[in-house]
Design a binder for this molecule. Structure first.
Ligand code: PLP
Length: 398
């Protein structure tokens, strides 16, 4: 009996599928503003210099390819906690935080979802709408009940604060609330410090379990600044979960470097809970790969490499910010009558442009410009070489 012949093709991933279509496009002047990958002024995604140096050292010094432990490199995990909470945070010194190296942020989110489903009484997970589509897919995969909270106001092109609060008021004690640590994907709009304080207080009062997805630390305003939301929650909560990704801020996309962090009321509870995290990892992929996390650990342990990395991260952040300003100016110059100023204030790689799915389709078909159908633009894909044509084409479809 044929076991596979009844199987229908799965729909292409909305973001990765776009990359495949871009590759297949033979037009020389095509522009890819789809997937969230940083590109420099020349349109390249280079290896971060401090990582390259760390890799050179690793190549010379590494003397074994023996397995890592289930939770990965201890030094990397410790450094991850310091980036999240600050070097001397009580959460770290008390042993309340436990971290496992993971396969990128996606791997960390899957560990989080499995842990919540198997080890807690959480009934629902609250996810912003819109969000990175994989959030829904990951929590669906473990059979969690998903609820949505409104995040974006199409009219004002800003945070839909009142509706966000109205929706989250319905979250019950023990529900998981997924928050983007900074650089909300896809909108680029983050809560203000006051709004973070309000949310953290509300969360503590209601007894939610916060899950921070921290995929862009350093891309909004700086490593420390971007941790404000998480650290505000950490002050108010005894328990929380964090998924870290080092794909973007270390440029380690294909090395799959991330971390899952669990914070509990005390070290004993943390250790007990973490033993189940290890069980989850053991049956998912046994233990993580070494190379990328070793490079990160090498950079973070060396003052010079660390400083070089922080400087290069600032360069990436500043280039994206300057492209935002140029993009808005040039759209005006090319004749756009609608106001795009809101793009300047957005954080991180993405801009929620307000382009409609029909406009996005026309940009792809007529001009070879690839944008996610939600209107999300990867601003890091804009360069001095493509910005003129990009703005001219956008104005034509407005
Ligand atoms: N979370 C968000 C919001 C993201 O945008 C991404 C990547 O695009 C991830 C998580 C996953 O990152 P990684 O590539 O490290 O799995």
């Amino acid at each position: 009996m044929a076991m596979f012949s009844h199987i229908q093709a799965a729909p292409a991933d909305p973001i990765l599928g776009l990359g495949e279509a871009f590759k297949a496009d033979t037009r020389a002047n095509k522009i890819n503003l789809g997937i969230g990958v940083y590109k420099d002024a020349k349109g390249q995604t280079p290896i971060v210099k401090a990582i390259k140096e760390a890799e050179t050292r690793l190549l010379a010094e590494e003397n074994t390819k023996n397995y890592l432990t289930i939770d990965g490199r201890a030094d990397f995990n410790k450094q991850t906690q310091a980036l999240l909470f600050g070097e001397t945070a009580e959460i770290i010194t008390s042993g309340r935080a436990k971290t496992a190296q993971s396969l990128g942020g996606t791997g960390a989110l899957r560990i989080a979802a499995e842990f919540v489903k198997r080890q807690t009484n959480a009934k629902n997970v609250w996810i912003s709408t819109p969000t990175w589509p994989n959030h829904n897919a990951i929590f669906n995969a473990v059979g969690m009940n998903i609820k949505e909270y409104r995040y974006y106001n199409k009219e004002t092109k800003a945070l839909d604060w009142d509706n966000l609060i109205a929706d989250l008021s319905k979250a019950e004690e023990g529900d998981v609330v997924l928050l983007h640590g900074c650089c909300h994907n896809p909108t680029g709009i983050d809560p203000t410090p006051e709004q973070w304080e309000t949310l953290a207080k509300m969360s503590a009062e209601k007894g939610w379990l916060p899950l921070f997805d921290f995929a862009y630390q350093g891309f909004a305003n700086g490593l420390e600044e971007d941790a404000f939301g998480l650290r505000t929650f950490a002050k108010n909560h005894r328990e929380l979960l964090v998924s870290s990704s080092f794909s973007k801020n270390f440029g380690l996309y294909n090395e799959r470097v991330g971390a899952f962090t669990l914070v509990a009321d005390n070290a004993e509870v943390a250790n007990n809970a973490f033993s189940h995290v290890k069980t989850i990892i053991r049956v998912l992929y046994s233990n993580p790969s070494s190379h990328g996390a070793s490079a990160v650990a090498t950079v973070l342990a060396d003052d010079k490499l660390r400083a070089d990395w922080i400087a290069e991260l600032a360069e990436m952040r500043d280039r994206i910010k300057s492209m935002r300003t140029k993009f808005v100016q040039l759209l005006k110059e090319k004749g756009a009558t609608q106001n795009f100023d809101f793009i300047i204030a957005q954080n991180g790689m993405f801009s929620f442009s307000g382009l409609t799915p029909e406009q996005v389709d026309r940009l792809k078909e007529e001009f070879g410009i690839y944008i996610v159908r939600s209107g999300r633009i990867n601003v890091a894909g804009i360069t001095d070489d493509n910005i003129d044509r990009l703005c001219e084409c956008i104005v034509q479809v407005l």
